[in-house]
Design a protein around this ligand. Structure first.
Ligand SMILES: Cc1cc2nc3c(=O)[nH]c(=O)nc-3n(C[C@H](O)[C@H](O)[C@H](O)COP(=O)(O)OP(=O)(O)OC[C@H]3O[C@@H](n4cnc5c(N)ncnc54)[C@H](O)[C@@H]3O)c2cc1C
Length: 382
């Protein structure tokens, strides 16, 4: 009998646990530990901003996993010992034969002085709801989409927010009273996807009158002055900020022997294995180097496919089967552009020498594709 422990009941954890439970006989335990008992489908956050969804519609209780025979432990993980193969929560020490770490990326708004006081954090449901509420009385002004620092999850999301805000302001007939600007430390939008995709998104922004300000790393935000200060000495005035906060590896990983010098877990890009036997890491908490040296972006699609690979390889190992599956770095994402349309990017991120990514131009079909994907996700796993 094997004890398979999965840390994190987000995208990677849900997929890995469900697949393991389906493929393994009942004598093996599949355990998910998460501090939250609700999973929220974050790709739909931009639709919460536009009023097309509310929080309840895109949230599901993790308790449903228990009905499938998965043990769900609703606790904070405070220790990971990959040598002893144990995991600690406040009151439990849980032994594991196989460990999958899928704890995501932590949001660290405190790491940018002034962020918390001045910014709507559009990477949390509450932050998006706050921005939506604030927009009800908004009559115009300097509106900034601020990417605080790199890396951050879902490289398309800031650009979706910018394009959807443009559409919202147009519908409200105040677009001519809004200066919409993006500030980011990146050189191009979605830079790992390469210059063709980056320039396509940049051109979409330009056509919509959204100013794109690359290589701008914020140092601090002063609420009283209404200004963001940047590393290069520049500053910009704001009336409203839709902000992506700094990200960091979860504390419990940083404190564990799994952490690399950056805090994220370095894994083998094909097998998601760590330095420790039977310990795997998937999703946003990992750091995966592409053949060109750039990092694989942090996105749910990768957490999902990595979870499939790790689950299948654990099943093969337990059953004594030969041959392992390898993650091939394929991924895709929708880019909502407003007015009922979306773009669609898909590609092979492990291609050599550089990722090969194609971007389909905004069309209704991709918008419907994202809606179908949302419906499938919330029905299939819950
Ligand atoms: C606005 C927005 C839009 C997005 N859109 C897309 C998109 O269109 N496509 C896409 O592919 N990706 C998208 N993403 C990114 C996607 O949500 C993440 O990449 C994905 O959730 C990563 O999965 P994960 O399993 O690594 O981590 P998560 O899904 O974040 O799960 C981590 C889990 O670990 C738990 N946890 C963390 N620390 C502890 C601890 N110490 N103890 C117990 N539990 C803990 C958390 O509660 C969480 O449930 C979007 C993200 C945002 C914010």
């Amino acid at each position: 009998m094997a004890n398979i422990v999965i840390l994190g009941g987000g995208v990677g954890g849900i997929v890995a646990a469900t697949r393991l439970r389906k493929k393994l006989p009942d004598e093996h335990d599949v355990i998910v530990i998460d501090r939250d008992n609700v999973h929220t489908f974050s790709p739909a956050f931009p639709w919460v901003l536009t009023g097309e969804r509310d929080g309840d519609e895109i949230s599901r209780g993790l308790g449903i996993l228990a009905k499938k025979g998965i043990t769900v432990i609703n606790r904070e993980v405070i220790g990971i010992d990959p040598q002893k193969m144990t995991v600690t929560t406040g009151d439990m020490e849980i032994p594991c034969d196989y460990l999958i770490v899928s704890l995501g990326a932590s949001l660290a708004p405190d790491a940018l002085p002034g962020f918390k006081d001045s910014t709507h954090n559009v990477y949390t449901l509450d932050g998006v709801k706050g921005l939506k509420h604030c927009l009800e009385d908004f009559r115009g002004g300097d509106t900034i989409i601020l990417v605080s620092s790199l890396p951050y999850k879902c490289p398309a999301a800031p650009y979706e927010y910018a394009l959807l805000l443009d559409a919202l302001f147009s519908k409200k007939k105040i677009r001519d009273k809004v200066n919409l600007k993006i500030f980011t430390p990146e050189a191009l939008p979605m830079p790992v996807a390469g210059p063709i995709v980056g320039n396509m998104v940049k051109s979409m922004l330009g056509k919509r009158g959204i100013s794109f300000n690359p290589q701008m790393k914020a140092l601090s935000i002063d609420t009283k002055q209404g200004k963001i200060f940047f590393e290069n000495g520049d500053s910009v005035h704001f009336d409203l900020i839709a902000g992506i906060p700094p990200h960091k590896a979860p504390e419990v990983i940083i404190r564990s022997p799994l952490a690399s010098e950056t805090g994220w877990i370095k894994v083998d890009r094909n097998y998601l294995s760590t330095h420790f036997k039977n310990v795997f890491a998937i999703g946003d908490c990992t750091s995966i180097a592409l053949p060109n040296g750039k990092p694989l972006p942090k996105a749910g699609v990768f957490a999902h496919f990595e979870a499939d690979i790790v689950a299948d390889n654990i099943v093969s190992d337990i059953k004594g089967e030969k041959g392992k599956k390898a993650f091939d770095g394929r991924g895709y994402c929708f880019l909502e552009t407003g007015f009922g349309k979306a773009g669609f990017a898909s590609g092979r991120f492990f291609a050599e020498p550089d990722p090969v990514v194609n971007m389909r131009m905004p069309a209704r079909v991709w918008h419907w594709g994202k809606i179908l994907f949302e419906k499938w996700w919330l029905k299939h796993w819950f």
